[in-house]
Design a protein around this ligand. Structure first.
Ligand code: SF4
Ligand code: SF4
Length: 198
């Protein structure tokens, strides 16, 4: 005959068993909880953009208008005031002007922006009164050489723009077409041969 002493379960064993089953319960509960969150995503609209391979619409339309991308210069509207150059706190912008000794006309002979130094603060864009200088929506400029990151916007000397009384109608292109072409020039045709690299 089994005595009462033998049938009584030791309290410490009972507590260990209870803890064991509680752990199992918590394990399954946390798995279910996690899977419920995962499962809910099956019914949500995906927000992931598989850049650059699958885009629902052009990147220009996805990126907000106030995005500060690589700078662009539409020289058709530059009045050569050089405010952008003097405002830039880290001297990214270099503008050269030359005067025709006979006609006394001024020409912009250089308008370079070193985007390797640019911190996209937007100060130069703020001071440009004609909207010549603007942030494009381009963010994916890369180069094997830092020297290639100096964008040269002047190919042939440009006559400064005569600023009209109202500048509201100046059609500044912010899509980045000018910048994209410059990046193409500089990145597709590197100034440095691969053999020059250290
Ligand atoms: S965005 Fe800022 S750092 Fe870049 S060129 Fe303009 S002023 Fe200079
Ligand atoms: S880009 Fe704008 S601020 Fe810079 S020189 Fe031309 S007009 Fe002046």
């Amino acid at each position: 005959m089994v005595s009462a002493m033998e049938t009584a379960v030791n309290p410490s064993v009972r507590s260990a068993v209870r803890k064991y089953f509680k752990n199992i319960y918590q394990l399954f509960y946390s798995i279910l909880e996690g899977m419920a969150v995962t499962f809910s995503y099956l019914f949500r609209r995906p927000i992931t953009i598989q850049y650059p391979y699958k885009l629902d619409k052009p990147m220009d339309e996805i990126i907000p208008d106030r995005f500060r991308g690589i700078l662009g210069v539409d020289l058709r509207y530059c009045i050569a005031c050089r405010l952008c150059q003097t405002t830039c706190p880290i001297a990214c912008i270099a503008i050269d002007l030359e005067r025709n000794p006979e006609t006394k006309e001024r020409f912009i002979t250089r308008f370079d922006i070193d985007i390797s130094k640019c911190m996209f603060c937007g100060l130069c864009v703020e001071v440009c009164s004609t909207g010549t200088l603007h942030h494009s929506k381009i963010f994916d400029g890369t180069s094997r050489h830092v020297e290639n990151l100096v964008l040269e916007f002047v190919n042939t000397p440009v006559r400064p723009f005569i600023k009209p009384k109202s500048i509201e109608d100046i059609p500044v292109d912010r899509s980045g077409a000018i910048t994209r072409n410059k990046l193409k020039d500089f990145f597709d045709l590197p100034k440095f041969r691969l053999t020059d690299e250290a």
